[in-house]
Design a protein around this ligand. Sequence first.
Ligand code: HAS
Ligand code: CU1
Length: 562
Amino acid sequence: MAVDLRAHYSAHPEKRATLYFLALGFVVFVVGSLFGPFQALNYGGLDAYPLLRRLLPFLNSYYQGLTLHGVLNAIVFTQLFAQAVMVYLPAQELGLRPRMKAFWLAWGMAVVGLLTAAVPLLADEATVLYTFYPPLKGHWAFYAGAGLFVLSSWVSAYVALELWWRWKRAHPGRVTPLVTYMAVTFWLMWLLASLGLVLEVTVLLVPWALGLIEGVDPLLARTLFWWTGHPIVYFWLLPAYTIVYAVLPKQAGGRLVSDPMARIVFLLFLLFSTPVGFHHQFADPGISPFWKGVHSVLTMAVAVPSLITAFTVAASLELAGRLRGGRGLLGWVRTLPWREPAFAAPVLGLLAFIPGGAGGIVNASFTLNYVVHNTAWVPGHFHLQVATFVTLTALGTLFWLVPQLTGKPVSEGQKRLGLTAVWLWFGGMLLLGLGLHWAGLLGVPRRSYIVGAPPDAYADPALTLPKLLNAVGGVVLLLALVLWVGVMLGLLLPRRREPALLEAPLPLAEAVSNADGRRLGRALDRLGLWFALAVLLVAIAYGPPLARLLEQLNPVAGLRLW
Ligand code: HAS
Ligand code: CU1
């Protein structure tokens, strides 16, 4: 049967906008990921960068590629995915049409911001890595573009919050539905969290890069950066958590064991995500150890919602496995739908998230941090977190979301190939994660073109195995990426569409215990109050140390090291 796509999209304009965010996000993901294997080979002791330079003649150095990799994969891809799902999911759940002008405005700002930042990045005028620490000084267009890109997320926040306000007005006294609750806490968290970065870029970096002010205080800039730089990891994480709470139990054939527990988790992220940034600055002078200690303790608090998630999601999966007939201590694991990439991808990601999270606790421990800080251990940590769990969940999501947005069916062959790509990605990241952690413990620094060092610098025989793991991991990941692109083209290029897919409802799991109609549910729903508390915590954790930094400013002129 022919599908009148135009009519469908005019009834559901949010689907087209969501598709635009996803499409841009995944193109960026693929481009950014191409640099990764070459960096892994560097950490494998092999210099493959000249080869990459032959393919991409604009590339002047390892660090230019590394900047592109970090900016595109960590900042751009993750935000675009969040802007797609954290608006689309609540809109579908509530059955409301988002304010489409604002939805498109967010997309337009993201595109213009991305293009503006891309020009200096490609021209090697902003090789400042994705943390752009002063005194490294890039072209103003990079900072302005990045700032505009981040500001587009504020427009997405408005679109999601407006949906919620509209629903609340129409349903006085009702408790917010779960996915919308997750989206609202997520966007509130991000509004508070992103303030540091927006201030850093607009007040310090853009005027400085334009020559309007002569210097910038590096410590102040770093502090504002990490105000956002830690919670940004939860900005990447929570869309994936939303999916593993709200959708995964359904795909597993079961139910979410506790809806109130899921709400508590998101509320804890709203409260504790931001006042913790000093755990990235333990080694920075000029911040009192007292405040570093406070942030270290609060970091332990923000690990709690992930520990609760481990319990709740595993229990939901066990329930599903037992409903499918699984018996015994672990028999239920086997009965889960491992052949479905939409299921396998996030679950494999969750498995990698366990060692990644344990490493995070090590990082957050004030004293242990000195052992691992600025070593390859740190990229090992975040490749398990964002590059494995978050990315695999995003890849898995496409298998049910793209058919719903486009009407295009996923064939059995595509599922099999997709599953292979997912396993390769998981395996490659485990090898790389292990190799980088291990090399880091042996003192290999992060962000270093180690193959360019003097020959005996990294010749310690103890490094042989971790180097091998990194190199093999990189090659496996390149294979996974190529296969993944093939699967996606195979899914998107054919013109066949099935109307039933377009009409399919969101695959949302029911919960065993609910929040609606309960006192706890109503208390958790008082989000204005909880947001005020979150602001207060940030004011306490950042107020005095920032006041101190502002009292003793030490502006320095910029450097160009590339
Ligand atoms: Fe981190 C550095 C501490 C989580 C990302 N982190 C980074 C950087 C990035 C990053 C990008 O305290 C580098 C920044 C830079 O360039 O300098 N991190 C933590 C802590 C957590 C944590 C305490 N990080 C993340 C997440 C990220 C991320 C999530 C991305 C998405 N991190 C740090 C610290 C540093 C740091 C320091 C600075 C290091 C330095 O010196 O520079 C916690 O949130 C982690 C809690 C997680 C857990 C795991 C729970 C397990 C779950 C899975 C359960 C499994 C199931 C499967 C259900 C406690 C939820 C069952 C399966 C069946 C088959 C049944
Ligand atoms: Cu952090």
